[in-house]
Design a protein around this ligand. Structure first.
Ligand code: SF4
Length: 451
């Protein structure tokens, strides 16, 4: 890449990527836990996709029972540390806290959850649950992300012999590879992988289902299989210049930053990020914190339509990221390496079948933004190249079709959850799906009395 930002001392990167939300001190945790009203029919429980018994875990913190608090949390959500740090709590549990209606700050549910989970992991994951006797049944899990880990943990407790097949060198999926380092560290996710192992879950990393291990092998080995693959295949812009040097996919860029090997990540002095979702914002913010002099967000719709959470947009803005609305890239310019993005201004076009008006380029409005690097973030597709190898598996619009009560697919031996059935939601939704599918699998195996 040309015009790379000069490398800095590691200490400077660590400062730039320091956690935005620091852990609560003991005194602060106690004070906030004691503010909780322990509401009956608590709205925060309903707002959490995993329905953690929030007032109960907070009460246990208030009474000094941190081990009990962690148990309450894990009973509902196996991915609780990641969720405590990476969940958009303002849109979920904290956003529904009754204090908000009183005009006061909500209980810091996310930070309290982190407080309990930090203690649990710091003390070496003391056993909290008694697993059922081994039942002799083996379950295969495709994908070691949050859905796969949650499904595996729950099945291990139910007495199953569980093996996860994970394509990457480290399990954890998006939690390990795709969460901005100022929200959480990769090590946090690896603690949750270690928790799965402590429950007896086997993890085969470097196994790419459909390539290094076949679907037939999984069907021969296991009584049931859970598909928990996420979104990895980046959508293309389909414009000239997309393959020039210096053009990156957002997830690939974020994946380079996540292991905190700062000096091995090159970033251009002027960076264009194309897209308007949370992944685009993360990439823009990370590029800025790596030292990019100017970062431009290029989004084809208006500000009010930008899908990224407002608090994420505000963070990027406070870092100096520049937002350009109602423009779209027409081509990426350069000989071998990107030199500029040619953009066109847009206006709302004709409404589609859903009534949403697609942005239409305005002829003659072309202009150029000189850049050294382009990061594309216009959506991801489900990483399911092996889907076609699964007999009778129904796919709709790239996603696996499931019975939403059990998460069983059209092939009864296969269950699925997380991004591959919903197109990409939060980690907490994947964690919930994994647990739900585990019970769907257990119910199905019991009902068919497989030998
Ligand atoms: Fe506590 Fe707020 Fe939940 Fe009520 S809504 S139980 S005050 S966290």
């Amino acid at each position: 890449m040309k015009n790379i930002v000069p490398k800095r001392a590691s200490k400077e990167y660590e400062q730039a990527f320091a956690e935005l939300k620091q852990p609560l001190s003991n005194a602060a945790a106690l004070a906030d836990a004691n503010r909780c009203l322990y509401c009956s029919d608590a709205p925060c429980i309903k707002a959490c996709p995993t329905h953690i018994d929030i007032p109960t875990f907070i009460k246990k913190i208030a009474t000094g029972n941190l081990k009990g608090s962690a148990k309450t949390i894990l009973q509902s959500n196996w991915i609780a540390l990641t969720c405590a740090k990476a969940c958009p709590v303002a849109m979920l549990c904290e956003g529904s806290c009754v204090y908000i209606a009183r005009g006061e700050n909500p209980i810091q549910i996310g930070r309290l959850q982190r407080y309990a989970m930090d203690d649990y992991f710091a003390k070496g994951m003391l056993p909290l649950f008694t697993a059922a006797e081994p039942n002799g049944k083996s379950i295969g899990i495709i994908g070691g992300g949050p859905a796969g880990l949650a499904c595996a943990d729950e099945l291990a407790l139910l007495g199953y012999d569980v093996t996860i097949y994970e394509a990457k060198a480290k399990a954890g999926g998006l939690d390990t590879w795709g969460i901005a380092p100022y929200k959480m560290k990769q090590q946090d996710s690896l603690l949750e992988v270690a928790l799965s192992k402590s429950l007896g879950v086997k993890i085969r990393t470097g196994e790419c289902v459909g390539e290094t291990v076949s679907i037939q092998f999984l069907m021969d080995q296991h009584a049931a299989i859970f598909i928990g693959v996420g979104l990895a295949a980046a959508s293309k812009l389909n414009i000239p210049g997309e393959t020039l040097a210096g053009v990156y996919d957002a997830l690939a860029f974020i994946e380079k930053v996540t292991p905190r090997q700062w000096r091995s990540v090159d970033v251009g002095k002027r960076v264009a990020v194309i897209g308007g979702g949370n992944t685009a914002i993360d990439a823009a913010t990370e590029a800025k914190r790596l030292g990019a002099e100017e970062v431009f967000m290029i989004y084809r719709r208006g500000k009010s339509e930008m899908p990224a959470y407002l608090f994420e947009q505000e963070l990027a803005k406070s870092d100096g990221v520049q937002f350009h609305f109602q423009i779209m890239p027409a081509r990426i310019i350069g000989k071998k390496h990107v030199e500029a993005v040619e953009c066109m201004r847009t206006k709302p076009g004709e409404p589609d079948a859903d009534g949403r008006r697609h942005p239409a380029p305005i002829p003659g409005s072309e202009f150029r933004i000189p850049v050294d690097m382009v990061i594309k973030s216009v959506g991801q597709n489900v990483e399911g190249t092996f889907f076609s190898q699964i007999p009778d598996l129904m796919i709709d619009d790239g996603m696996v079709v499931v019975n939403h009560d059990t998460l069983q697919t059209s092939n009864p031996m296969f269950f699925a959850g997380g991004d591959c059935i919903n197109g990409g939601k939060e980690v907490v939704n994947a964690a919930h799906d994994g647990k739900k599918a585990a019970h769907g699998i257990d119910q199905w195996i019991r009902s068919t009395r497989q030998e």
